[in-house]
Design a protein. Structure first.
Length: 336
């Protein structure tokens, strides 16, 4: 070979050498996916009808007969849905749980999740902890991670969840009837209170039990109220604000009684909490005749379910004090 002549093989070898040096210092995209996002919940693939998962161009899902496929996507952003002082495993858990909460509100049983993540960098510690949070939520709901996308940029986490519901049984926001009772699972205000405590790093605050870091997706309730609830929504932005969505979609109004709203801590019940959001409880409406069955569900699941009001003709959601006065409520969380 003459000096200076271009030789493809030599060029390629040099290129590969440089490339492998790059990989030594930091993982490539493929290795990153392999190491941190593969094999999460693999033992749940088969039972959820996933015949091809991470590693191909797309994922193959067998939808069971007589079921409808229910899907929802949620993006979690730093400073809005999570904060940089949170542990990556809690960020991961929270991002998936809030997506699952939408399935709960529809009465669906979750089957899988996908993760599209944009990362600032590839810190091993960060990713190891993040993976743990994915494993935690995968094991809790028995669902596998079946695909996604990985890119570099400002931290952003998009979770796509899929589930199934018996054909035609999907619970929507639209179905409320005039005179329905309005029910709420659990209580509200705890996540907001936790967030305030976490920010102040209060002594003795038990991080593990935090409803903010680890919201409960009420899948069990959603499944049980199929055929009972006329409409449902999960409380993400604020109780009254989210109830307004049911009312708007169902062309109804509602009366909600302040004294009946279960605040997480009665001593510290504050009207501000009524729309504070992040509760991920289920608010649903049902015919008053269903009350007995709903009480039994509450007892069986060991989750309080409380009547907080009723739907009425009109368009407004009114919050009424013990003296029968209509209260002014601050609006819930608004992204725009
Ligand atoms: P393509 O270039 O064909 O889109 P990718 O390199 O983006 O493929 O992804 C390769 C495989 O890895 C795909 O199966 C994809 O679903 C999966 N994947 C990529 N990123 C993630 C992630 N963050 N979580 C789970 N699976 C992922
Ligand atoms: Mg891709």
């Amino acid at each position: 070979m003459l000096e200076g002549e271009w030789e493809p093989q030599v060029y390629l070898n040099q290129f590969l050498k440089n490339k492998s040096l790059e990989f030594e210092n930091s993982l490539g995209e493929y290795e990153l996916i392999q190491e941190y996002f593969s094999d999460i919940g693999s033992s749940y693939l088969k039972k959820n009808g996933i015949s091809l998962s991470i590693g191909d161009d797309a994922t193959l899902i067998n939808t069971p007969e007589n079921k409808d496929s229910v899907q929802s996507v949620d993006t979690a952003l730093e400073g809005v849905h999570f904060f940089n002082w949170m542990e990556p495993k809690d960020i991961a858990y929270r991002s998936v749980a809030i997506a699952l909460s939408d399935l709960a509100a529809c009465g669906a049983s979750p089957s899988w999740f996908m993760l599209s993540i944009t990362l600032k960098d590839k810190s091993k510690d960060w990713l190891t902890s993040f993976r743990q949070g994915l494993i935690d939520v995968s094991d809790e709901f028995k669902i596998p991670l079946i695909g996604g996308d990985t890119t570099r940029g400002g931290l952003s986490i998009t979770v796509h969840v899929g589930g199934i519901v018996d054909r035609g049984k999907f619970i929507s926001r639209k179905g409320a009837k005039e005179g329905d009772l309005i029910f709420l699972s659990g209580s509200i205000g705890s996540a907001t209170n936790d967030l305030t405590s976490l920010r102040k790093e209060k002594k003795g605050f038990k991080k593990n039990n935090s409803r903010y870091l680890r919201p409960k997706a009420r899948i069990s309730i959603g499944k049980e109220i199929i055929g009972i609830a006329n409409s449902a929504i999960d409380i993400s932005d604020g109780l009254i604000q989210d109830l307004q969505h049911i009312c708007k979609e169902s062309n109804l109004g509602a009366n909600v009684y302040l004294k009946d709203i279960p605040f997480y801590d009665l001593k510290r019940a504050k009207i501000e909490y009524i729309n504070s959001g992040d509760d991920y409880e289920i608010c649903f409406t049902a015919d008053p005749l269903q009350k007995k069955r709903i009480n039994k569900i509450s007892k069986d699941l060991n989750i309080p379910i409380t009547v907080i009001g009723e739907t009425v003709k009109g368009r407004e959601v009114r919050v009424i004090s013990e003296d029968g006065l209509e209260l002014e409520i601050e609006s819930g969380y608004k992204h725009f």
